[in-house]
Design a protein around this ligand. Structure first.
Ligand code: HEM
Ligand code: HEM
Length: 144
């Protein structure tokens, strides 16, 4: 008698997965970015110039710059280690769509903080208040 090879829940740990480091990068960065988006939109609703808006924007900028720094390490690690294969092969188009979606997410993860950093600098706003780490130095001023 033959047995079908079925992928069931208890065999889940046999499935190809991103490793622990990649999963940590993913969830830590997802939390940071989602929080930055919520705070960014909240600030957008506030009257410009109020002390609470300024303070929240400092938090927003710190989160965004942290995401930018983490992204460099994440991309380097991803390029070194690669990604796991799919449990079941995807159709060609689906595979291309999945790869493209991941690429778009990486591009967004780069451009959101980078444009925030550039426009903030262009508007004459400094990063000094929020993102100088004691003893470790500050981000450079970016003026266009
Ligand atoms: C700011 C939010 C997020 C960003 C920027 C993001 C980005 C990404 C990226 C780039 C990948 C490709 C894997 C890699 O190279 O690391 C990925 C995979 C994945 N993400 Fe997210 N993610 C976010 C939030 C979420 C959330 C909220 C969920 C679930 C509720 C989720 C579920 C997944 C899953 C299941 C995969 C694996 C997909 C696969 O293997 O094809 N992500 N994500
Ligand atoms: C993960 C990275 C980031 C995301 C997802 C993000 C997202 C957002 C969102 C959704 C808003 C509200 C919409 C708007 O006002 O247009 C916003 C506003 C803002 N962001 Fe970001 N941001 C990021 C990084 C940064 C960085 C790194 C800086 C500066 C260094 C920055 C500076 C600002 C400023 C100054 C505003 C207020 C604009 C205004 O209302 O006048 N952001 N951001």
């Amino acid at each position: 008698m033959t047995t079908d090879v079925n992928i069931t829940d208890h065999e889940d740990n046999q499935l190809p997965r991103f490793d622990r480091v990649q999963r940590s990068f993913h969830w830590v960065m997802a939390a940071i970015i989602l929080l930055a988006i919520v705070i960014g939109f909240y600030c957008w609703l506030q009257t410009p110039g109020t002390p609470s808006r300024r303070a929240l924007l400092e938090v927003h900028k710190s989160l965004g710059m942290s995401a930018l720094v983490l992204l460099a390490f994440r991309v380097a690690y991803r390029l070194a280690v690669g990604a796991p294969g799919y449990a079941r092969p995807l159709g060609r188009l689906t595979h291309i769509a999945a790869e493209a979606a991941h690429l778009v997410l990486y591009v967004l993860m780069l451009f959101m903080p980078l444009t925030g950093y550039m426009f903030s600098g262009a508007g004459g706003y400094s990063l000094r208040g929020s993102v100088c780490f004691n003893g470790l130095g500050c981000y450079p001023e970016m003026t266009l």
